[in-house]
Structures are given as structure tokens and as C-alpha cells.
Design a protein around this ligand. Structure first.
Ligand code: ADP
Ligand code: MG
Length: 399
């Protein structure tokens, strides 16, 4: 992938800069933001632009208003939260295009910040409508994309607008995502271990295929492992598996063999005879090696497997992890996932965590401060790892 220009490569002082960020945060009734991680993540870019003396125009979506002005999905509370976090005023305008926006932009001083209303109040946003993109670009001189989480979507404010703006560059968050998911994964420090898990093989087929070309060892855990077990002629009882993806698993095993990639599957599993998701509890549990009996399902990797996986992690120079090793939402079956997180945290490997649930799991494990990088884009990070070009990155100026 060609490198793109970033805000560090251009001087945006005095310019009206449209910055697409990801402020899609959870907002409770009454405008209370329950998790401001994403707002914090955008601050380095905003601060950099403010310090350059740019006129910063922030744009984001929030939820899925589907072209309607849903008052509960206004970005107004985000303006207040950002102002608090960054320690300076943040002006808010109740629209994304039109006269009020033009007036607000033209009244902006150098180094000041304006937040536009939810982009998805307009259907034209997700349709990537050219007229709407043109209107977004009307009063701006430059486009900065820093919304990695939506970079895999070609929407008006993530991609379309770039057609009508002279200068378009990446923000610091996207730069970091591209560095870790791109460079460090394409040219990893070896030995390079890829850990895959999660619910379904079908979600990860392309990722498995693309990463087999790059890694020395591939670890498969989570429910995905049961489809691989089926491919090896084992019994998985009632475990979550995809019989129609057995051939996919077989070809991955074959490819790994040809490339000399070590493919490691669980040698033991924690199994249960019932799961109560509402109360986050398992029925009876036991650890088994080999076949899983009918009436029982695998919910986590077992202790022997955990020890093997920990060992591989400790002997790696870099690790890329996508997909939990078990049903980490339930304490009893989070053990394997948390142990892997701990092993990563306690060795000095370069560690990259991608995928929405994987990031959640690592946060829950308490080891998130000790990993090198956690991607902010769930779907976007997966698509990027699959080797797909992200539309929100493709439109940026090449370095
Ligand atoms: P990510 O979002 O990181 O890409 P996935 O969405 O692929 O990860 O997978 C996460 C989900 O996989 C979690 O909700 C977890 O409970 C589930 N999962 C992991 N192992 C199992 C298992 N053995 N049985 C059922 N579900 C599992
Ligand atoms: Mg997920």
C-alpha cells in the first residue's frame, strides 16, 4: 500500500480544515456520554491543527438516524464533552451544510474549533451523494480524515468530499492505524504470531488467508477452532461451528503446511452443558481433550492449550490478535482469553489488537495499557487486514 500524506506533511495554518473524526460514542438519555474513548482518541489531531492555527471544522456521525433529525442522536453533548477534555471552547452548529454552517465557518478564528451536526441526519451522507459532498466542501480548504472506524465506508464525509478539496491528508489516529495494521503487519518483526479466534470462520476467511502469507505461527482459538476440529475429523458436540466451512478450514490447514506456517489448534477445551447468557453463567463444566460429547459445547480453550499459546507468545517478536479465545463475556470462560492477554502484556513483543470484541476483551482483562496498539476500528481493521483498500484512505494524497 502506498503511503499517504498526514497532517505533519502539510501546513494548514489559517486554512479552513474539515476534519472527519469518529465521535460515534454511546450517549444515554439526557445527553450523558458513557464512554469518551473515541473523543479522546481524536484529540491529538485536533490539538495539532489548533496549534498550527487552522480553523478546525469537525464532522462525525452518531448512531443510525437514517436521514432523520433524531434529537437523541445530536452531537451537541459531544461538543460539550470535547470542550471539557481539550480545555477550550468548541462551537456547535445544528447542521452539516447550508447557510448557518457557512456563517459559523466564516466566523471562525485561527486555532478555533467548530463541530457540525450529525452527518447521518442526511441520507446523502451514507449514499455518498456527490452534490452533498460538494456542499460539505463549499467553505473548506482542506480535508483531514481521522475516522479510522468508518474508513471502510465510502460516505460523503469520509470519501466523497475529497473530490472537491485541494488538499486531503490523514490525521494522527489513522496514521497510527496504518503504521500498526499496515507496516508492522506487512513487514513484521519475526517470529510473527497471529492469534485468531472469535465466533465464526466465515467472518475471518480472508483474514486467515492473507495473514498465513505473513506469519510464522497461526494460533486458532474461540469457536472458530471447532470448525477446524471438524475438518480434522473430530467431534465437537454442540459447539458453535460451521459445517459448511469445513472445506475452508481444510484449505487453510493445507496452505499453512505448504508455507511452513505452524498452525496451532486447541488440544483441550473447557466445555459446558448449558449457557445462560442473560445471567452470564455456565451450567456444569469440565475440561476435555479430543472429542466433545453431544449435549456439551466448547466455551474456552483449556489449561494445556493456554500454556502452549502463552509459550508461543513469549517466544514471538510480534503478535497480531483478532478474536477472543472463548466466551469472554462470561467470567468462567474468559480465563483463556485473559491468560493470552496477560502473556502478551508481560512479554516484550510488539502487540497489535484488532477487532471490536477483541479490544473489549483486552480492556476487560485489565492489560490494555501493556499492549503496543489497539485498533479503534472493528470492521475497518478487519477489512484492512484482509488486504482491502479502505475508501477513506484511498482518497488521500500520496506521500
Ligand atoms: P472481533 O469482534 O474481535 O473480530 P468476533 O466478533 O469474531 O471478534 O468474536 C467475538 C465473539 O466470539 C465473542 O462474542 C465471543 O463470545 C465469541 N466466542 C468466542 N469463543 C466462543 C465459543 N467457544 N463459543 C461461542 N462463542 C464464542
Ligand atoms: Mg465482533
Amino acid at each position: 500500500m502506498e503511503k499517504v500524506k498526514t497532517i505533519k506533511d502539510v501546513d494548514l495554518g489559517g486554512k479552513r480544515v474539515f476534519v472527519r473524526v469518529d465521535f460515534n460514542v454511546p450517549v444515554e438519555d439526557g445527553g450523558v456520554i458513557t464512554d469518551n474513548t473515541r473523543i479522546n482518541a481524536a484529540i491529538p489531531t485536533i490539538r495539532h491543527l489548533v496549534e498550527q492555527g487552522a480553523k478546525v471544522i469537525l464532522a462525525s456521525h452518531l448512531g443510525r438516524p437514517k436521514g432523520e433529525r433524531k434529537p437523541e442522536l445530536t452531537l451537541a453533548p459531544v461538543a460539550a464533552e470535547l470542550s471539557k477534555l481539550i480545555g477550550m471552547p468548541v462551537q456547535f452548529v445544528e447542521d452539516s451544510i447550508g447557510d448557518d454552517v457557512a456563517t459559523a465557518i466564516n466566523g471562525l478564528g485561527e486555532g478555533s474549533i467548530l463541530l457540525l451536526e450529525n452527518m447521518r441526519y442526511y441520507n446523502e451522507e451514507t449514499k455518498n451523494d456527490p452534490e452533498f459532498s460538494k456542499k460539505l466542501a463549499e467553505n473548506v480548504d482542506a480535508f483531514v480524515n481521522d475516522a479510522f472506524g468508518t474508513a471502510h465506508r465510502a460516505h460523503a464525509s469520509t470519501a466523497g468530499i475529497a473530490d472537491y478539496v485541494e488538499s486531503k491528508v490523514a490525521g494522527l489516529l489513522i496514521e497510527k492505524e496504518l503504521e500498526y495494521l499496515g507496516d508492522k503487519t506487512a513487514n513484521p518483526e519475526k517470529p510473527f504470531t497471529v492469534i485468531l479466534g472469535g465466533a465464526k470462520v466465515s467472518d475471518k476467511i480472508t483474514v486467515i488467508d492473507a495473514l498465513l502469507d505473513k506469519c510464522d505461527t497461526m494460533i486458532i482459538g474461540g469457536a472458530m477452532a471447532y470448525t477446524f476440529a471438524l475438518a480434522l475429523g473430530k467431534k465437537v458436540g454442540d459447539s458453535l461451528s460451521e459445517p459448511d466451512k469445513i472445506e475452508t478450514a481444510k484449505s487453510a490447514i493445507e496452505k499453512a503446511g505448504k508455507l511452513g506456517v505452524k498452525l496451532l489448534l486447541p488440544v483441550d477445551n473447557l466445555i459446558t452443558n448449558s449457557i445462560d447468557f442473560d445471567n452470564k453463567a455456565l451450567g456444569e463444566t469440565k475440561v476435555v481433550e479430543g472429542d466433545i460429547p453431544d449435549g456439551w459445547e466448547g466455551v474456552d480453550i483449556g489449561p494445556k492449550t493456554t500454556a502452549i499459546f502463552e509459550d508461543v507468545v513469549r517466544n514471538s517478536k510480534s503478535v497480531l490478535w483478532n478474536g477472543p479465545m472463548g466466551i469472554f463475556e462470561i467470567k468462567e470462560s474468559a480465563v483463556g482469553t485473559f491468560a493470552v492477554a496477560k502473556a502478551i502484556a508481560e512479554s516484550d513483543v510488539i502487540s497489535i489488537i484488532g477487532g471490536g470484541d477483541s479490544v473489549k476483551a483486552v480492556k476487560k482483562s485489565g492489560y490494555s495499557d501493556s499492549v503496543s496498539f489497539m485498533s479503534t476500528g472493528g470492521g475497518a481493521s478487519l477489512e484492512f487486514l484482509e488486504g482491502k483498500e479502505l475508501p477513506g484512505v484511498a482518497v488521500l494524497d500520496k506521500a
